[in-house]
Design a protein around this ligand. Sequence first.
Ligand code: UVW
Length: 204
Amino acid sequence: MLTDTAEFHYEAWSWLAESVGITIDRMFNEELKGVSREESLEKILHLGGKEDLNEREKRQLAAQKNTRYVALLENLTPDSLLPGVADFLQAARNRQIPCVLASASKNAHYILNKLAIDEYFIGIVDPSTLSKGKPHPEIFLKAVELLGLAPEETIGFEDAIAGIAGLKAAGIYAVGIISNEKLPRADLCVPSFSKLDIDELLKK
Ligand code: UVW
C-alpha cells in the first residue's frame, strides 16, 4: 500500500509457475496479496496439483521466484510511491508519530530503501519471527510491540480483507486504503493516502 508490487509479484510468479507447467492469472494473483513467499508458492502448487514436490524443490522454486522479483524491484524509485504516501509520512514525522512497517515481505528493507522512505520508519517487523500469516493478528501485535504502545493507541493501514481482519483482531483502529472497492470491516475506508487528514484521524 506504500507502492504497488503486485504486478512485479505477478510477473515473477507467472514465470515461475509456467516453469513447472502451471498457469496463473491476475485474479489468482489477488489471492497472493500480503501472503508470504512460501505460502504463495504452496497456493500456486496446490492450484496445479503439484503440492507434493519435496522441501528442497520448493525452496529452489521460491528462491528462483525471488531472484526474478528482486530484479524487477530494481525499477522502483521514489516516484513509485502511491498517491499521498510521502506527504502522509512527512505529516506523521512532523507530529512525532512513530511508524512501523508490518509487512510479510523479506524484501521490505530493500523496498523502503528503493522508495527512499526508510528513515520514516522506526522499525520493520521481522518476517522470520512470524509463525502465522494475516489474517492472524501476530504481525500487527509485533508492530505494536516495536512501537511500545498499546494496540488501541495505534492506527493500522491495509489494502486487503485479510489485513483489515488482522488489525481488528489485534484491537487496532483499521484504515482501508483501496481505490475500487470497499473493505467492509475497516473502521474507515479511503481510496488513497491523499484523502486522509492526519489530524482528523488522530481524533478517532
Ligand atoms: C512478500 O512479498 C509477501 O514476500 P517476499 O517479498 O518475501 O517474497
